[in-house]
Design a protein around this ligand. Sequence first.
Ligand code: PHE
Length: 338
Amino acid sequence: LKQESLSQIEACENLADLQQLRVLYLGKKGPIQEVMKSMKDLPKEERPAFGQQVNAIKSLILEAIDEKKAVLEVKEMEEGLEKEKIDITLNGYEARLGNLHPLVLVQQELEDLFVGLGYTVAEGPEVELDLYNFERANIPKNHPARDMQDTFYIDAQTLLRSHTTAIQTRMLEQFAPQVPVKVICPGKVYRRDDDDATHSHQFTQCEGLVVGEHITLADLKGTLEFMAKKMFGEKRVIRFRPSYFQFTEPSVEVDVSCHICGGKGCPVCKGTGWIEILGAGLVHPNVLEMAGYDSKKYSGFAFGVGIERIAMLKYGIDDIRHFYTNDVRFLKTFTRFE
Ligand code: PHE
């Protein structure tokens, strides 16, 4: 009995089994109790010695169980810890940060640049009145100049603004007859157009407007050349070509010298050395008068630049649709420009 119980306790591998062994050997129905009960059948003088022997075995077993119990408790605790262990050296999931959209980057760059020159930034509604988009821009109803911008009409008086010149005419009305006026007006504009790599029914412009005494084309040219150098590099120069807009007189088309140019085969300027970037001119006297300015006393210049166009030139983007399809692989490449 002694050998058997001790070896079983020794072999026992968990606390639950050990408890069973304790019941088995030391419980009420166990062999120790049985033997104790049978003591009454022994002759009186043999009982003490027998009892001592049985008790000795009993305490041996108890001791063995207690020892084993201590060992198993430690073992089970260690196993538990092992199972619940967290490997803190594993890589976690990287938090993916967003970045600014390239159109926002260019718009902010323009805003910073002009705020630095003392301009303020003005906005206006995208759903605009015909009044501000066309009439006040010197484009009356049924005038053929309206065809230059095929417009989304909402009803006879309301439309999606087709150019940021609509913000310009609002600003003129708001400021008149005060001078100086120095604002830039960035925002989305809409035109009925078939979308392709260079056309989009929705794009972004930034208008610039200055009104004061003796404002001339020279002021316009100096301002735009400063802008071209900031946006495309200090070596850039600009040139004016005659153009036509209903709301400016004279009107010019502005080219910037190519910033990529490798000469003949240049993919950006096709070897001409010049890239058209915007339309501009001196604010038409009619536009000033309609807003409440004395056009004999004051003059002004205005320009309108396409933000997509600038972004495409600056970052070498070949398809305007990239700005709207929002493929994250495209968007992520602008992280490094922030
Ligand atoms: N509104 C013109 C366009 O959208 C651009 C422009 C703005 C031209 C201001 C002259 C002055 O094409």
